[in-house]
Design a protein. Structure first.
Lengths: 168, 168
DNA sequence: TTAAACTTTCAATCATTTCTGAAAGTTTAT
DNA sequence: ATAAACTTTCAGAAATGATTGAAAGTTTAA
């Protein structure tokens, strides 16, 4: 396979994965494009290579900046803004884990903890089933949350080293 | 808060989380409803409680069956089909991990491994950046895959015990 | 200043996904 | 056999999410 075809496939695959994960397809594609680009790209480059509009490119670049997955790079003597992606995969994984924790795990944990305080007759079958599920879930999601915290502080080799050793 | 309100909030929260994870909102809501229900529910019950059409209820029940998150339960002397959810949270987590691994991780890994074989001049900056990213990613995704395998075989207490011990 | 270069916004449009509900299909009891 | 009870399907409608592109906004250089 040649490079052009391979790039196309990589960008397409990353885009699909993104949308399966609730991330805008174009955002994932822009990220993919920057990930494999040896130098910084400007908005025009991205519009061209991905065939998207200026507005779309701008919005998704901004969102990637929000996630801190990419950053601006100034090219001396050029007024345009250029963008580069963080290339370290472990760092990328940590950024994604951090963002998803913040946006998904934490709010759910909050709701679940609130729901523990539902009041009523504890001999009611309905209520019993409800509180039991909520307690179990809140316990589980709490552990997940702590696990992510741990991962956020960890070094890659140590993390996978320990995890993968568990299987032996 | 009373039970009715709490149930509503639980179902709504679970639905939102689902759609952030690329899972159909109604599917997640049906799952939530069955999770907190002490007894099996039939299609009618679900249509009523979630205000969805018969077609929608049917399709999402089927999909939950596919995931093996719920199962049919026959009530003697009744022709209707009733559904119950798996209640064990660790088991649920494993089912979800298994499905997502199969649908998301494995296909991506396959593509990434294919992309390692891109041919061309290795002194080309573009190609070098591409292969480096692909190799790093494939390495990382491979480790994630193995970690999920490990989790699928593990016992909950041991798994979180080990993970959470790492933080100390 | 001012005008060129560049970035951002947002109403309208387009694309995709989800949902509806009536009709077709299936099963069961008699 | 048949009709009632129940389940599944699927074409079209609705809802949601993504994208466009032109206009407004901002920055910079001279």
């Amino acid at each position: 396979m040649n490079l052009t075809e391979a790039k196309k496939q990589f960008i397409q695959t990353w885009g699909t994965l993104g949308s399966e994960w609730g991330i805008n397809r174009t955002m994932a594609q822009v990220h993919a494009l920057l990930l494999i680009s040896p130098n910084a790209l400007c908005t025009e480059d991205i519009m061209e290579q991905l065939n998207v509009s200026r507005g779309n490119a701008n919005m998704n670049l901004r969102e990637l900046m929000n996630w801190t997955l990419i950053s601006k790079e100034l090219v001396p003597g050029d007024r345009k803004e250029y963008f580069v992606a963080e290339k370290d995969i472990w760092e990328i994984a940590r950024i994604i884990a951090r963002e998803r924790k913040r946006r998904e795990i934490e709010p759910v944990l909050k709701v679940l903890n609130g729901l523990k305080e539902v009041e009523g007759d504890q001999s009611d079958k309905e209520l019993k089933a409800f509180t039991e599920t909520v307690n179990n879930l809140s316990n589980f999601v709490g552990k997940m949350d702590k696990s992510v915290d741990m991962m956020l502080k960890a070094d890659e080799n140590w993390f996978f080293g320990t995890i993968l050793k568990m299987i032996k």
